[in-house]
Ligand binder design. Structure first.
Ligand SMILES: NC(=O)c1ccc[n+]([C@@H]2O[C@H](COP(=O)([O-])OP(=O)(O)OC[C@H]3O[C@@H](n4cnc5c(N)ncnc54)[C@H](OP(=O)(O)O)[C@@H]3O)[C@@H](O)[C@H]2O)c1
Length: 330
């Protein structure tokens, strides 16, 4: 299934204000109609409300956490045209499984808004963006995407003195790999990964029970951090976890912003050198940008020259600080 994100954004990334569009641009609406008609469109509850009524000739998949079901359920007001689901990933999975039936022509368009774009960005194959060449006041923003996508083609236009540019981007994602936020059900994979990493990098045998409790504690209290999982899609349409990392925020009073620390990075041995860590890194880097972070940090074993080379190739450097620690237990 091919996933395309379609959006119009101002120079300052604004996409909306008070649940409406901040501009009038009929060329953009025409392009939206031409690209999405005959296809399935996926949106957040607020964007569906902003439409006022379903758009003709398109199957609508709307997500709301007020819906407790992970299955697509027909809306009784528009039973052929509108379906609801309580979870974005579950909705996309069901569309992928249904092939041609629900994901019309095997293709879906994610049509917003800000919340949904930021979650779906790492899953998208293509972006169809209308860049509006001036800033607008707003309260909803398009996420940072530049490090994750490459420009394929663009055309410029102007309407009522408003300059714009239609641009198509292709994802730099490694074939068959997606990155998503981890769920509590990923805890066993993450704990096993950490046990393997400690053995591999430091020859340390970690106590499985303690690591599992440590990983589970992150899911119990999201202030402790967020795990991300890299998954490979297998020929039988199932997904297999192949890597993970943990992001933790550290407030910097010097910069009045958070550093995002990357911890617990692990990629399965047979999946290394395929660009999976690089993609995980780009996803969390774009997310950190969108959340106003002041930078990314990580620490690495002094002897792990392979990992150090990888981080250096991502423009990270070790020029500034040495890490000192006083560990209270081993
Ligand atoms: N310029 C453009 O191209 C464009 C396109 C579309 C929208 N927009 C603008 O974007 C703004 C709306 O964006 P928004 O971020 O406020 O809202 P949104 O993304 O349209 O909807 C957010 C809602 O979707 C549901 N949701 C989010 N993630 C979910 C998940 N993982 N699983 C289940 N449900 C989930 C939640 O609904 P519940 O609260 O019901 O749980 C959440 O409140 C408006 O200003 C709109 O005009 C602009």
């Amino acid at each position: 299934m091919k996933i395309t994100l379609i959006a119009a954004l101002a120079q300052n990334r604004v996409i909306g204000i008070n649940n409406t569009l901040p501009w009038k641009l009929s060329a953009d609406l025409k392009r939206f109609k031409a690209l999405t008609t005959g296809h399935t469109i996926v949106m957040g509850r607020k964007t569906f409300e902003s439409l006022g009524r379903p758009l003709p000739g398109r199957r609508h998949i709307c997500v709301s956490r007020n819906d407790s079901s992970e299955e697509l359920t027909a809306d009784k007001n528009y039973p052929e045209q509108v379906f609801w689901c309580g979870d974005l990933h579950a909705a996309l999975k069901q569309l992928a499984r249904s092939g041609e039936t629900l994901a019309t022509n095997g293709q879906v368009f994610i049509i917003g808004g800000a919340d949904i774009y930021s979650q779906a960005l790492p899953l998208a194959d293509t972006l169809e963006l209308t860049h509006i060449e001036q800033p607008f006041e707003g309260d909803a923003y398009f996420p940072h995407f530049e490090n994750m996508f490459s420009l394929v083609e663009e055309t410029c236009g102007e309407e009522n003195s408003l300059k714009f540019r239609f641009a198509r981007y292709a994802s730099n994602r490694p074939e068959g790999i997606i990155v998503r936020r981890a769920r509590a059900s990923d805890a066993a994979f993450i704990a096993q990964s950490q046990i393997k990493m400690a053995m591999e990098s430091e020859g340390l045998e970690l106590a499985a029970e303690r690591v599992m409790a440590g990983v589970s504690a992150v899911f119990l209290n999201p202030n402790r951090g967020e795990y991300f999982i890299a998954e490979r899609s297998l020929p039988n349409n199932t997904m297999q976890s192949v890597g993970c990392l943990l992001v933790q925020k550290e407030w910097s009073d010097w910069r009045n912003a958070d550093f995002h620390w990357l911890h617990s990075v692990y990629i399965e041995k047979h999946e290394r050198r395929k660009g999976i860590f690089r993609w995980l890194y780009k996803v969390v880097q774009a997310r950190a940008h969108s959340q106003g972070a002041c930078g990314l940090r990580l620490y690495v074993e002094t002897a792990n020259s392979v990992a150090q080379k990888t981080y250096a190739s991502l423009n990270m450097n070790s020029d500034h600080y040495l890490l000192f620690e006083a560990s209270f237990n081993s």
